[in-house]
Design a protein. Structure first.
Length: 259
């Protein structure tokens, strides 16, 4: 079973939350605190991350999307609103391309449009990952996503979760993003989409958000003064935006979902 946390009304609107590179489901803890009870939220930990199993391979977008679909099967979910942050947006988009009947809507936070074209990822692909991973590297990486302060204990937790990843997972996870064609180049995405983007995000630029919005039916909300992780910096606002979008998503009866 995929490590995860679940909350909310069992008959509520299902919402799956996918974290970013080196994070875990714990990165959504501040958001979960503010989601209404009528949201049935599932925050997942991706393979290789957090306390999940650490296989040697399977970090490409298609395999990660298949993992999410398998989790949905285990939970009896026909479809759900899928929320992704950073690398998690790639998995979410791939799920919408390969399993369109499972995605009622997408919320993409700091969205990656094309891994092979993203300068920050290309730089990370050249890093020499060796065990044990340098704590200074991890802290610098996580702090680079922020432009507004977060509680110190939260940042320490995020760094500690990232340090759980061995070198082979760091390398494979980055390669999974930079070695594969963008999901939107593999097929259309018809699911309604909400883009949440921090105004000072230097990792995934606004141009990429606008280009995504030209490809898929997306609305863009800009978080003034925020960085690459606006849901860490403004969790209550992010939870409100996610909930408002999810509660109006056009979910079909489970019996009508095509898998």
């Amino acid at each position: 079973m995929t490590p995860h946390v679940e909350q909310g009304d069992p008959d509520g609107v299902p919402v799956i939350l996918l974290h970013g590179l080196s994070d875990s489901h714990r990165s959504y803890e501040p958001v979960l605190e503010h989601l209404p009870h009528e949201i049935r939220a599932f925050a997942l930990t991706t393979r290789g991350h957090g306390d999940a199993d650490r296989p040697a391979d399977g970090y490409d977008p298609s395999t990660l999307a298949a993992d999410v679909a398998a989790f949905m099967d285990e939970k009896g979910l026909g479809e759900a609103v899928v929320v992704g942050h950073s690398a998690g947006t790639y998995t979410a988009q791939q799920l919408a391309v390969e399993h369109p009947g499972r995605v009622a809507g997408l919320v993409l936070i700091g969205a990656v449009r094309s891994g092979p074209e993203l300068a920050a990822l290309l730089e990370m692909s050249r890093y020499d990952y060796t065990d044990p991973i340098d704590p200074a590297f991890v802290r610098e990486f996580q702090e680079s996503t922020l432009r507004l302060p977060v509680p110190p204990e939260y940042l320490e937790m995020v760094v500690a979760e990232s340090l759980k990843l061995p070198a082979h997972v760091w390398q494979a996870a980055v390669r999974g993003l930079v070695d594969h064609v963008a999901p939107t180049a593999r097929g259309p995405i018809g699911a309604p989409t909400l883009l949440l983007w921090g105004e000072l995000d230097e990792i995934c630029p606004r141009e990429d958000q606008e280009r995504l919005g030209e490809t898929i039916p997306a609305e863009l909300i800009v978080y003034a003064g925020s960085g690459h992780a606006p849901h860490w910096e403004r969790p209550e606002q992010a939870a409100g935006d996610i909930a408002a979008f999810s509660l109006r998503a056009p979910l079909r009866p489970r019996s009508a979902v095509t898998r």
